[in-house]
Ligand binder design. Structure first.
Ligand SMILES: Nc1nc(O)c(N)c(N[C@@H]2O[C@H](COP(=O)(O)O)[C@@H](O)[C@H]2O)n1
Length: 149
């Protein structure tokens, strides 16, 4: 049987719930983060006040801009941590919102792909050559939620 693919990117398009920019708050570290993007971007930094500035930023795009700024020093082992942080926040998001958990499980065994030429690490690079780490993490979360059912 042929694999089926679900491609997502914009939070306003079909399957946009899978984007970290989708407006689903997550509770982690005793705080509420407006989106999974806010949490992910803040974890790049040791500085708690900068983390809080990201948490309070007005949109996921602003959180991403602050997180991508290199005016603040990022954690020196960030590259080694980032996949674990992404798993942690994606699992929190899909566990804390029942409708999201159901949506993710409804995709069964479809391959989930963040489809964008803007990102060849978290996404597929637009032509399938990217690592699609976000899609792979979503599939891991799906497997773990399914096993917990
Ligand atoms: N909306 C959007 N625009 C971009 O330019 C992107 N690269 C992405 N991908 C998402 O970016 C987040 C991680 O970014 P960095 O590690 O700071 O580059 C992650 O949520 C990707 O899914 N999205």
């Amino acid at each position: 049987m042929k694999d089926s693919f679900i491609r997502f990117y914009s939070e306003n398009a079909k399957w946009g719930e899978f984007s970290n920019f989708a407006l689903y708050p997550v509770k982690l570290t005793g705080k509420v983060w407006p989106t999974s993007e806010h949490y992910f971007q803040a974890q790049k930094f040791e500085d708690k006040s900068y983390q809080d500035k990201i948490r309070k930023s007005a949109s996921p795009m602003m959180a991403a801009q602050l997180g991508r700024s290199r005016k603040e020093k990022i954690k020196k082992n960030w590259d080694k941590q980032k996949d674990n942080v992404m798993y942690e926040v994606v699992m929190a998001k899909f566990s804390q919102h029942e409708e999201l958990r159901e949506l993710l499980l409804s995709t069964k065994d479809s391959k989930l792909v963040e489809h964008t030429e803007n990102d060849d690490y978290w996404g597929d690079g637009g032509d399938g050559t990217g690592k699609n780490r976000l899609g792979k993490i979503l599939m891991k979360v799906r497997e773990n939620l399914r096993d917990a059912n």
